[in-house]
Design a protein around this ligand. Structure first.
Ligand code: FES
Length: 102
């Protein structure tokens, strides 16, 4: 699938997360020390918005029930979720940010 431009690098400040839409799909975008990562916005527990979660280093905490995921891999680190979250490829060109849903 082709990459989709989601905005500029100032969309998400270092140490924070935001939510963007890619082809109608809600995607969480994270800035870890200047490097951007993307996962599905829906927590694999019951769909909490990970892009509204707290980011500590590479770990996002779901705002609903506290599940934790590594945003660099989607790996689940702490329940109640029991499955990893999908991760997506992010590419930055200049100040443009692209996400691919492949
Ligand atoms: S929805 Fe994320 S921990 Fe429950």
């Amino acid at each position: 699938m082709a990459e989709v431009k989601v905005g500029q690098t100032n969309l998400v400040a270092p140490g924070t997360a935001t939510v963007v839409s890619v082809e109608g799909k809600s995607i969480a975008l994270f800035n870890v020390g200047g490097t951007l990562y993307a996962t599905a916005n829906e927590c694999t527990h019951v769909g909490g918005p990970l892009g509204n979660g707290r980011l500590d280093g590479t770990v996002v905490t779901c705002p609903w029930h506290g599940s934790q995921f590594d945003v660099t891999s989607g790996q689940m680190l702490k329940g109640p979720a029991r499955r990893p979250v999908a991760g997506y490829r992010v590419r930055v060109e200049g100040t443009d940010v692209f996400v691919a849903l492949d």
